[in-house]
Design a protein around this ligand. Sequence first.
Ligand SMILES: C[S@@+](CC[C@H](N)C(=O)[O-])C[C@H]1O[C@@H](n2cnc3c(N)ncnc32)[C@H](O)[C@@H]1O
Length: 229
Amino acid sequence: MANPTSEGMSQQRWERTHDYIEQLFSDDPENWSREDDAAVAAGLPAISVGAAVGRWLSLLAAMSREGGAQLIVEVGTLGGASALALARGLSPSGKIITIEADSHHADFATGALARAGESRVDVRVGEGLKVLPDLVEELGVESCDLLFLDAIKTEYFGYLEAGLSLVRSGGLVVADNVLGVGNGWVPDSIDEEPTRVAIDEFNRMVSDHPRLQGTILPMRQGLLVALVR
Ligand SMILES: C[S@@+](CC[C@H](N)C(=O)[O-])C[C@H]1O[C@@H](n2cnc3c(N)ncnc32)[C@H](O)[C@@H]1O
């Protein structure tokens, strides 16, 4: 019979572990649920990264440069919740540029960021694959401390190709949902569902990339973190 003290990561132990981490280390859960409720009431989908991943984003932004990040680029703003989490890791003079294709989401995010008193986030309406090359022109190569990907999963590969040159050596690439979205758990599935295949290709691109040293934090739907060398 299995010894309960050495059961490994059973489903129940995973849930208890996750609850424990969330209770101790989440990024202001009450505020997150208030903001998520307001976003849903305005017609936005309930798909923000959530409080536990939010804490990781704040921490990674803070660790991406001594004194906090100076410049962060995000693809996929939604209601601005992840941008607010990233902003907690900015240096006082830092800035976030966040790209959102849906103007209703972008308008909501602009309002939510203003309500939160956060003026360091610039919301740009457009598609990630089109805006990222423009940002390379505008900001210059190696200008940014952290690139966060959280828009269309089948485009992650393209976002990385278009945006990696923005990130300075020593900066970070971070991507959400790299273990699964609504279409199955990436390591479990054997089918050729396009989103699953695209996420798998993106993870393999990062793992093989000569400039990237990364891994996946297996929390929620998987958070990829890679150091740019
Ligand atoms: C998962 S949500 C982002 C969640 C957000 N990062 C958060 O945690 O609060 C994805 C967002 O990407 C936006 N989006 C969809 N296609 C896009 C594209 N091509 N470029 C940029 N954003 C896009 C969607 O409208 C949606 O708001």
